[in-house]
Design a protein around this ligand. Sequence first.
Ligand SMILES: Cc1cc2nc3c(=O)[nH]c(=O)nc-3n(C[C@H](O)[C@H](O)[C@H](O)COP(=O)(O)OP(=O)(O)OC[C@H]3O[C@@H](n4cnc5c(N)ncnc54)[C@H](O)[C@@H]3O)c2cc1C
Length: 458
Amino acid sequence: MAMNDELRFLVVGASTAGLASAIALKAAGHHVLILERDSELGGTSSIPTGGLRLPPNGCKILFDWGLEAEIRANAVVGQGFTVYKYEGTDSERDYIGSHYWDLELLNEARGDFLQMRHRELLRILYNEALLERPGNAKTAGTVVIQFNAEVVDADFEACSVRLASGSVHSGDVLIGADGASGYFRRRFLNEQGRNENTEQSVLAVYSAIIPKESAVADSQLAKLYEYPQRKMVTFSMGSNRGAQAFIAGKDKDVVFWIYTPDTSEDGSWTQVAEKGISHVVGHCDPLIQRLANLAGPPTCVQIKNHQELQSWVSDSGKVLVLGEAAHPFPVIALHAYSIAIEDGAFLGKIFSHTRNRARIAEFLHAFEESRRHRCAHIDESEKQYITAMTLPSGPGRVATELAMRANAATGHNVMDSASDDLQHMWDDMRRIFGYDPADDADEWWVSWGRLRDAPNAS
Ligand SMILES: Cc1cc2nc3c(=O)[nH]c(=O)nc-3n(C[C@H](O)[C@H](O)[C@H](O)COP(=O)(O)OP(=O)(O)OC[C@H]3O[C@@H](n4cnc5c(N)ncnc54)[C@H](O)[C@@H]3O)c2cc1C
């Protein structure tokens, strides 16, 4: 193999982070083999696919990849959110206020807030990863995806993996995109002399779907399909509880999420929860109760306090973790998908500048240095956001609610300078949505990467 042949990337995990990395690395002219444990894309089809929100920083990358028409055809464009008191008042719904996304913010960020289904987004990424674009065949990258390919062991020096079937694959770079509870995260923690902190927070997330035909047949739920509500996420703020409901995807079903303290089940996205959702909603308003009654089989995933990895790059300098394997966010985080897509876009962009095997370790460390701070910052803001939504009864909750109601009463958005804390959270969101990984990667290349490419550089 010549020193400057395209690099061979082995990517473990065909979900958001793995597929986004493959698309961007292929565009950079490299060869990618993705190994996926499951037999189907996006988890087994016996579990109903869940929903997601994709903020502007995520969807603008997909638009830049030429996927805008297809993404829009499979998404509802959100215009904002309405906030209710989870418990309601006197058995009625209790409206607190609304927040509409600022058009200037969306223009600045070059994106939208999209509401999609997990499997629909993955299908679009998968098709794009495998699509052969006409061009110079000599420089075109390739992607191959293997299902039923569970990685059970890896040799970080040899840059190879062994599958449950016994077969072995090797490459120039190994990418662990196998999620928060995958092999690579465990292995990295282990090599750093630690175990994953299995301590659970007090809340679990239940996720379920209410098919559109059931929702519109219910006089109250049918109101979710009226304008503007059909373009809004409904947030319900409760004491140690919360809920979100929104219409998503091509079929416009309702995605229903509950934060609940009523279970210790350590479930996953790939198994149906032991308890039905109506057993864990607690004291709630009539709409949440109706959604719970009509919900299909739910999944239950605990929100855990994960350990921070000391490094995302192996000592061998050939293995990188990214996506949730590197930086797990709280379940159903607003940025769970956008940051995994950013990771892939950033990785592909920096590797568009090299085919030099001697520089792999340097490029993987550049990825970590550039991405770590942003991911840690977003993790922090996601946690604050759950805290704000599920504040226990007491003065803090009363003050937040009063500030929001005061805004609504004067015709303002609920988050508009309602309090210093909310305003700070909102300002922060603007910065987060405006980020572009391609610009960040270019900045690294211009400031650092290309200097070492100079003939006399060490
Ligand atoms: C089946 C499934 C359904 C989900 N549904 C939702 C949802 O509806 N809403 C939501 O907000 N979030 C959902 N999530 C979480 C969401 O996908 C992530 O938060 C986000 O996309 C970032 O993910 P990631 O690519 O880093 O990791 P993940 O999405 O966790 O993907 C990791 C991938 O690696 C594969 N894998 C794990 N171990 C191995 C191994 N040893 N060998 C080979 N492959 C392996 C997994 O099967 C999976 O495909 C789901 C996750 C999964 C796995």
